[in-house]
Design a protein around this ligand. Structure first.
Ligand SMILES: *[C@@H]1O[C@H](CO)[C@@H](O)[C@H](O)[C@H]1NC(C)=O
Length: 327
């Protein structure tokens, strides 16, 4: 499975190149949205509503710093070390990276650091090529496995996740956990924030549970992911819901990655979907990953044929995410 993931990044982004034509005006709009704002202390727990609710413009803007962190994970480690990766880094200019790693091949790129504005450690994982990712997740021979209880102590053996995600999470989990603990001690951080897009979103989802189980209970764990596929089964989703209340997974328009692997294979999403129906128009969805919420992803994209893989890359409220958007 690791070698399968390794191959994902080898292709050039032919697909994403088409989506590169983001108007300059959008970029300047992003810059103004991302201005440091001391009033921004978001807890997204409230988005786990029982009914579909429309987000206000202000609520949508609150995602921008997280979106930029997810975007930055696609940048080379050489640019992240000095937090000099262009717009994505400038948007969170006070961030202090302390660890970068991965090779973008066998191990997805990642970074860890301290975000003074939220007194939070941030861990961000890179995603992967969407078309390759899609074919991997629609493969009829998907492998799944129980969580390793050395890493996830106390998890019930009814819980299983996609083996590729479990393998990737195990490669970096202990490293990012050690750095997170070091930063909590050194900076007095009280929150740990996990972010990621695509495969990186799946890793952030797993890391959120992993961190909660391995950090002191007074540390608040939060996760914000983008275009995340289903990670595991319904038992995983329930366990996640109970373990990580402060969670949002943002899906864009007709992105089809969030509908794979299919529910028919036993996969289920946790709570926390925010669906961007169109730019500026987003809803928070009820937590049950069923098709009853007409504005939410699986009703909008009932099958792969009606999806649009370009929507996987954004725009997430004006912000594109992918290898070619590290500018
Ligand atoms: C579980 O994780 C531990 C700690 O990383 C590792 O030593 C062990 O080999 C893993 N077990 C399996 C079955 O992968």
């Amino acid at each position: 499975m690791r070698s399968t993931f390794s191959s994902l990044l080898l292709l050039a982004f032919a697909v994403s190149a088409k989506a590169a034509a983001v108007p300059t005006s959008v970029h300047s709009a992003i810059a103004s949205v991302a201005e440091p704002d001391s009033a921004r202390r978001s807890d997204f727990t409230s988005f786990a509503a029982d009914t579909v609710t429309t987000l206000s413009a202000e609520e949508l803007e609150d995602f921008a710093p997280y979106t930029q962190f997810a975007r930055a994970a696609y940048c080379p480690s050489s640019k992240l070390t000095n937090w000099d990766c262009g717009e994505a880094c400038e948007a969170n200019s006070g961030f202090q990276p302390t660890l970068t790693g991965g090779d973008g091949n066998a191990v997805q790129l990642y970074f860890v650091g301290y975000w003074p504005e939220e007194n939070s450690v941030v861990v961000s994982h890179e995603g992967t090529d969407p078309t390759q990712f899609l074919s991997l997740l629609t493969d009829a021979n998907l492998a799944q496995e129980n969580l390793n209880t050395s890493l996830f102590p106390g998890v019930d053996d009814s819980v299983w996740v996609h083996s590729g995600f479990a393998d990737q999470q195990a490669l970096t989990g202990p490293i990012v956990l050690a750095e997170t603990k070091r930063l909590i001690a050194a900076k007095g951080a009280t929150t740990v924030t996990l972010v990621g897009h695509s495969l990186g979103g799946a890793l952030a989802e797993m890391d959120a549970v992993y961190m909660t189980l391995n950090l002191p209970s007074n540390i608040h764990v939060k996760a914000v992911t983008y275009g995340t596929p289903r990670v595991g089964n319904a038992a995983w989703a329930s366990f996640f819901d109970a373990t990580v209340p402060d969670f949002v997974r943002v899906n864009n328009e007709k992105d089809l990655i969030p509908i794979v692997p299919g529910r028919g294979l036993g996969y289920a999403h946790p709570h926390g979907e925010v669906h961007i129906v169109s730019p500026g128009d987003a809803v928070a969805c009820s937590p049950d990953d069923d098709a009853t919420d007409s504005a939410c992803t699986i009703a909008t994209v009932p099958n792969i044929a009606v999806g649009n893989i370009l929507n996987h890359l954004g725009p997430y409220e004006g912000i594109m995410i992918g290898t070619i958007f590290c500018t």
